[in-house]
Write a protein that binds this ligand. Sequence first.
Ligand SMILES: [Zn+2]
Length: 509
Amino acid sequence: MSRRAPFSLPTAAAVLLLAAGALRAEDVTATLSRPDRPAASLRAEERDGRTFLSVNDAVAALDGSMTFDEKTRSYEVKLKGRSAVFGVDAALAVVDTKLVSLGAPVRGQGALAWAEPEFFQKVVGPMAGLPLIWDRATRTLSVRRSEIAEIMVETSVAELGETTKVVFRFSQKPSYAVETTADQVILHVPGARLVAPSPEKLLDSPRVARLLIRGGDITIVFREKGLVPNVYAVGAPPRLVVDVAKGAAPPPPGARPPVLTPGTPSSKVKTVVLDPGHGGVEEGAKGPGGLLEKDATLAFVKTVQEVLARRGYRVVTTRSSDATVGLEDRAAQANAAKADVFLSIHCNASRSATAHGTEVYYLSLDASDRAAALLAESENAAPASTPNTAEKNAAVRDLDLILWDLAQNQHLSASARLAEIVQADFNRLLGITTRGVKQAPFRVLIGVNAPAVLVEVAFITNPEEETKIGSGEFRRQAAETLAGSLDTYFRTADSVAPVPYAPKTPGKS
Ligand SMILES: [Zn+2]
């Protein structure tokens, strides 16, 4: 059993330092003061008129960790998802990948590191997202209040298949760092005080148990270990989206692993959701001969359904009769059916009686031109869902913006590709060269969690086209064309590499 040293450790250290000829050091305390937490006390030393503060204490007060490597005589600090490495004698630190030069080297004492205030202002403060100022008289490191931005955060959570999507919507664009552990992910928003309607939220999500918003940190607590978050930012309004899923995070768009060999059919039966526009009390556009868009779209969809079923597709329709169906309900049906593709079928309308041809759209919150904007406006006039109050409309509009990320946003490049294929095939069918794919904010596409396009098959306001769309022969031709477009789309959908030319094989019909 070892005996206790007859004198205290600090005294021993002081004796050793004196013996080594070091300058006289005076043990004092300093303070780390910040607006969102109680002040922390830091060990400090006055030596030769200079103040050294304990790096260990400051890091601990900021919820970071610090290690010392004896071999290299270097320290590593981990703080708010960032790291800094610095040595005992070198007057520099490496913060993440950036070199920061210091006025004086950090003083090492085994696992303890002592540094002058400048180190905290240049290294520790920026890592924590706290702009620190040093007051010599009171020996206080404090956070400059004016530098702290107050940012409002709104939270929404959605379950999409095997992924939980948590969306944080900010009142201004945040800079952020991500720190992931086995059971949570923390989004650090440096230099911000986050203000949320409820700072803590308990969820009944299968993957996320709790959301915590405190100071400049957002913590997402997983329900179980081993979940993987995928964090990405989207703009207008500024949002951070966190996808939480089991195992590997969902791959970024456009980087999907090749599943299909071009030219060979997929082993998996593809589900196509067909959405006949309008219905019930929503008649849509009306032709000069009296044909209603809601009837024309239903008749066309029935033909497409037959053709696709013969080609081996699984087909789901959002309505099979003259029924009123809300726009959100259509998207919801597509998601429930686990659609591989969503096609909303409409007939175009124009003041010009000679306007003709097929127009294919995919989603954008901004219309590609004025005509596209007007078209989206008129197609969006259909009831979102019932009952419909002004308050609900506002809520739905907000939800749209969130769903935009959640659902259609991740399929945009696939939607664009599908739209291009359909447009080109219809231009060929109709002998038209001038029509290009357009984008518009169609509500019916926003919530669809699959590549989705809206096809304005023909201009019902053009007498010739009204007659055409009313004829079984044209409907059949157009349905075969659309089916061919889907064949082309699926033959190449899952390939990463440019697809070599594969001659189009005739359908099995
Ligand atoms: Zn329509």
